[in-house]
Write a protein that binds this ligand. Structure first.
Ligand code: ARG
Length: 470
């Protein structure tokens, strides 16, 4: 049959697919993104076929030259993608055969699109992990710098979003730093899962040709070759790992966004977002909206949706390749691109925001956050904790009625309330002293946070070296 729509598997077929099913079944709009990886994989495969004497070295040369020329045309934007080619693999191979003739038809020896698409996706996923790791490192460096630059700034710490105990603003920023450090680890784990060569598994069972898979792995920079051909062509764990890493990272960005939004309200005024990261209103001239933090928070839904997508695609699939798997890429690629953009935006927002240390301090001094420390003071004087709790509770009530803070009480006023209060009691309610007393490793005390800053800087340098070596 000589129809123009004749597909690659044409020999066995009497009728070509309809235009609609052709387009419906195509993955070209998505997988053309990894044309570089497809060419790279094909060159490695061809070289190996030549080395093993499966095809001639003349063919290898012609294939390599032809593929590189196609790469240049794609790069320059003058390669014509035809939807009759289902995917990037068929687009490139059919063009190669048109360009160089019979040698092009030998490229696919000992290979199936099943192990080819797996190989390309593994390679592309490794690149995505690298890009993502870079962006995470940038935000970590930015959070660390903000923490270093604002050392000593005291802010209220919250539980239940109610004033709880004063903390250092640096401590709060570093909390996000460590969350992103775990994100980095998860991205590296996804990279590791992708760092396995599936090529050489053919359609599902391996092949009769004497392939040298280790040679291909080495050419393509894979750490190891897969152990089981059925598993290799149907493994998408690394994509699920990547989508999960993206989702957790987005949840972190979303939580940080929420705090930035809250902190920039007129009620809080803890920070001022830079104009470059704010928008105005078309009707209310006074408005300055934290649109990009909101958008980051909103995009979390989309990334978590992408994770759900890949998980459900894989659920219940029998071994080995199933066409369902063609649905594996779009969502995961979208998740990575979205997180990269959000990380970039967050780095910009955090590095340009203005920190209002006076406002933070003001709120740290109200809300009776010194109450626990004042009770501890009494315990130090021999009062049982339950009784101390009672005494300070009454003091708080009194201050509340008078509209005063614990810090505003004079030693005489304190002594009036309980004879255990001596002149040193004012030290117990001093906001800086309260913070400094939290000396536990990992606590908010100045000394503990100084140690934490050093640990964070060391971890950042170590992770930067790890990322550079990927
Ligand atoms: N376009 C397919 C995909 O992305 C390539 C693999 C097709 N293999 C097959 N036997 N139909 O999954």
């Amino acid at each position: 049959m000589a129809g123009e729509n004749k597909a690659l598997w044409g020999g066995r077929f009497e009728r070509s697919p309809e235009r609609f099913t052709m387009e419906f079944g195509a993955s070209l709009p998505v997988d053309r993104k990894f044309w570089r990886e497809d060419i790279q994989g094909s060159i490695a495969h061809a070289r190996m076929l030549g080395k093993q004497g499966i095809i001639s070295m003349d063919d290898v040369e012609a294939i390599e030259r032809g593929l590189l020329a196609i790469g240049e045309r794609i790069e320059a934007g003058d390669f014509v993608f035809d939807i009759n080619d289902e995917d990037i693999h068929m687009s490139i191979e059919s063009q190669l055969t048109r360009d160089i003739g019979a040698a092009g038809g030998r490229l696919h020896t000992g290979r199936s699109r099943n192990d080819q698409v797996a190989c390309d996706t593994h390679l592309y996923a490794k690149h995505l992990c690298q890009a993502l790791a870079e962006k995470v490192l940038e935000l970590r460096a930015c959070l660390l710098k903000v923490a270093q630059d604002n050392m000593g700034v005291v802010m209220p710490g919250y539980t239940h979003l109610q004033l709880a105990q004063p903390v250092l603003f640096s401590h709060h920023m570093l909390a996000y730093y460590w969350m992103l450090t775990r994100d980095f680890k998860r991205i590296l784990a996804a990279y590791d899962a992708a760092d396995v060569l599936p090529l050489g598994s053919a359609a599902l069972a391996g092949t009769t040709y004497p392939l040298d898979r280790d040679y291909v792995a080495q050419q393509l920079g894979f750490k190891e070759v897969s152990k089981n051909s059925l598993d290799a062509v149907s493994d998408r764990d690394y994509l699920m790992d990547l989508a999960y890493a993206c989702s957790v990272c987005m949840i972190h960005l979303s939580r940080l966004s929420e705090e930035l939004i809250l902190w920039s309200t007129s009620e809080f005024r803890f920070i001022r977002m830079d104009d470059a990261y704010s928008t105005g209103s078309s009707i209310m001239p006074q408005k300055k909206n934290p649109d990009f933090a909101e958008l980051t928070r909103g995009k979390t839904g989309r990334v978590v949706g992408d994770l759900m997508g890949i998980l459900v695609v894989m659920k219940s699939l029998p071994l080995a390749y199933n066409k369902d798997m063609q649905e594996d890429k779009e969502g995961v690629f979208d998740a990575v691109e979205t997180v990269c953009d959000c990380l970039h935006c967050m780095t910009g927002m955090v590095s340009t925001m203005k920190v209002n240390r006076e406002r933070m301090r003001e709120d740290a001094e109200c809300g009776f956050m010194a109450a626990t420390d004042l009770a501890d003071y009494l315990v130090g004087k021999g009062v049982p904790f339950r009784q101390a709790h009672e005494i300070v509770g009454e003091l708080v009530l009194k201050c509340e009625k008078m509209g005063r803070t614990l810090q505003s009480l004079s030693p005489a006023e304190l002594a009036e309330h309980s004879s255990y209060f001596a002149t040193d009691a004012v030290k117990a309610v001093d906001i800086d002293a309260i913070v400094a007393r939290r000396t536990t490793a990992g606590g908010t005390g100045h000394a503990a946070v100084a140690t934490q800053l050093e640990q964070a800087a060391q971890q950042l340098a170590a992770d930067q070296a790890l990322a550079a070596a990927l």
